[in-house]
Design a protein around this ligand. Structure first.
Ligand code: 9JF
Length: 227
């Protein structure tokens, strides 16, 4: 069966090189085109999906819907989960490179950049952008919703969803499409390709380029191709 990973197209804040995280920004024009192109590639590859998974963030949801529309597959079951959200960048959300360096210093940025288990400064729970005040997350236990995540924490809240939901769909023989974010897709890649904690920080998943895994019933990779 096929597992296809698709990182959302360029967002409005990617264009401005701002930390985005859980900020629910829209796709840019370019991002919409990237999603259409990904959908066309998947249609040409002739993959028929049985189920799709995405995050609670519109840049991923729209990427999925645009790609499914290109494949004339908007009818398939789609599951949305906060566990596929991008890494939460805490108080850094909305900052650009210059502001981050000015506020925290180049040395600190350099440490954060390569770190696996260091979280950024947390966002205040009463910040207007806090997930604790966002209706999307109102039904979740408040201690589960993050205010900032290390890469390790992000992987640790995404992988259980893969093991409990996506894995069983694959083992049931379904073709699965996951439209999500750089760091949440790293979690799945890390597991499928058995990548170490050190190596995963340098794995980059390109936007809008479907990664197609053909897996056996033990979720071992038979073939990997990037469309
Ligand atoms: O500061 C961070 C950082 C801080 C806290 C947790 C994670 C990261 C992180 O993962 C990261 C950073 C900077 C840059 N490059 S940058 O310094 O040029 C930069 C800074 C701010 C906004 C966008 C930029 O491109 C990266 O490529 C990163 O992957």
């Amino acid at each position: 069966m096929k597992l296809v990973l698709l990182r959302h197209g360029q967002s409005e804040w990617n264009k401005l090189n701002l930390f985005t995280g859980w900020k629910d920004v829209d796709l840019s024009e370019k991002g919409v085109e990237e999603a259409k192109s990904a959908g066309r590639k998947l249609k040409e590859a002739g993959i028929e999906f049985d189920i799709a998974y995405t995050s609670y963030l519109k840049r991923a949801i729209k990427t999925l819907n645009i790609a499914l529309e290109e494949m004339d597959s908007l009818y398939i079951e789609t599951v949305k989960t906060w566990r596929l959200n991008e890494r939460h960048y805490g108080a850094l959300q909305g900052l650009n490179k210059k502001e981050t360096a000015e506020k925290y210093g180049d040395e600190q940025v350099h440490i954060w950049r390569r770190s696996f288990d260091i979280a950024p400064p947390l966002m205040d729970k009463d910040d207007e952008n806090s997930a604790h005040r966002d209706k999307k997350y109102r039904d979740f236990p408040q201690d589960v919703i993050p205010d900032g995540e290390s890469l390790k924490l992000t992987l640790e809240r995404t992988l259980p969803f893969f093991m409990d939901e996506i894995g069983p769909s694959l083992i049931a023989g379904k073709n699965v499409l996951v439209a999500a974010h750089g760091n949440s897709l790293r979690s799945i890649t890390k597991y499928i390709e058995n990548i170490s904690d050190e190596e995963i920080t340098s794995v980059e998943i390109a936007t809008g380029e479907p990664i197609v895994y053909t897996l056996d019933e033990n979720l071992k990779i038979i073939k990997k191709e990037i469309l």
